[in-house]
Ligand binder design. Structure first.
Ligand code: 2P0
Length: 344
């Protein structure tokens, strides 16, 4: 066998992330309508084994999720590979075997498309590298590749705080890929915790891809873009200054606005559950009575992400386990934390 035609096998992993300023609405080829900022999680990972066998036939993909064939993922995977083929025609042919598993439960409120598309971008980049495609701009190239798989995945190819989308705040920020902003983060945000209350599991009635599409003709589209840009500036200042109060205000405004945008789409819908609102009410009550720095955000689903500094871990986790956990499906709470490079 020609050495260039040997099977290339790689193992990769990538974390999920949770956005504080949300990406909601896109333009062009998977470019964001507004800038977003998130941090990666440490327990919520996708682990992947990917093999590529060069060949003459059109590219064929075999995908296993947790050991079982999952053809339902094929359309998204083929569409991702088609986008990559524009830059890497070598991927037009051959066979790709992908075996993927997550370290977190399905539908738990943790974005699995972010971690899985980031892990796959890492893997494909490594395979291309082994075939001689060396790229001087490795970090940005991998993030850009992940973005073509799923927008939020571009914020999962580097650990810690990542910013995706053009903004006046940082001139190197780009719509094409995410950049790390770890160097400007105040230490209190380098170890931030995220306890995820799994209020309800199960398939979402409306996917994020459809949610993004509904922003195209949304009555509040322009106002949303303006709000996200303003919130990016507020978040950037709060993260730099270590101001947890300002951080909380942005987190909650973004979480509630995301779901308000869903409700006011044409047609409108909601992914919230009555228990989501009840746990938010209780959390706010606890915060004002105990004066504990704690806030929350929501992803595209009913499950609440409770955010707090490391200094108040004990008090917040005790409150969650006694007063909020009963609202969770099967009592599921996932105590996660940022994966900041110096913490790992
Ligand atoms: C985010 N979300 O910033 C926002 C907030 C969910 C709520 O990006 O169509 O899976 O693959 O680009 O990235 C979820 O949407 O959508 C998302 P595609 P994606 O994290």
């Amino acid at each position: 066998m020609n050495p260039n035609e040997q099977i290339i096998k790689v193992q990769t992993q990538a974390p999920s992330n949770i956005a504080i300023v949300k990406y909601w609405g896109k333009k062009g080829l998977q470019l964001p309508a507004n800038p977003s900022m998130s941090f990666t999680l440490s327990k919520a990972l996708t682990e992947m084994e990917v093999s590529y066998e060069p060949g003459q036939h059109n590219l064929k993909i075999t995908f296993l999720f947790e050991g079982r064939p999952q053809p339902t993922f094929h359309p998204k995977l083929y569409s991702f590979l088609e986008k990559l083929q524009m830059d890497y025609p070598i991927l037009n042919t051959g066979q790709l075997y992908i075996s993927s598993k997550n370290t977190f439960p399905h539908s738990s409120g943790i974005a699995s498309s972010a971690s899985s598309m980031a892990a796959l971008a890492n893997a494909i980049y490594e395979i291309l590298e082994k075939m001689g495609h060396v790229n001087p701009d490795k970090k940005n190239t991998i993030s850009r590749m992940a973005r073509l798989g799923s927008g939020s995945a571009c914020r999962s190819t580097s650990l810690g705080w990542n910013l995706w989308g053009q903004t006046d705040l940082i001139n190197i920020a780009s719509d094409e890929y995410a950049i790390s902003v770890n160097s400007m983060i105040n230490p209190i945000f380098e170890s931030i915790h995220d306890s995820i209350l799994v209020i309800r599991t199960g398939a979402k009635p409306v996917s994020s891809t459809t949610g993004h599409q509904l922003m195209e003709n949304h009555p509040y589209k322009e106002a949303r873009i303006k709000q996200a840009n303003e919130n990016m500036k507020r978040l950037y200042d709060a993260l730099r200054n270590g101001d947890f109060n300002d951080f909380s205000e942005v987190c909650e405004e973004e979480a509630m606005s995301l779901h308000a945008l869903m409700m006011s789409s044409r047609p409108g819908y909601t992914l919230l559950d009555p228990s989501t609102l009840e746990v938010i009410r209780r959390l706010k009550e606890f915060r004002s009575e105990q004066r504990v720095p704690v806030t929350f955000t929501l992803d595209a689903g009913p499950n609440l992400h409770i955010l707090y500094p490391d200094s108040h871990k004990k008090a917040v986790q005790l409150f969650i386990m006694i007063y909020l956990r009963p609202f969770c499906e099967d009592n599921q709470v996932i105590h996660d934390q940022i994966s900041f490079p110096t913490l790992m």
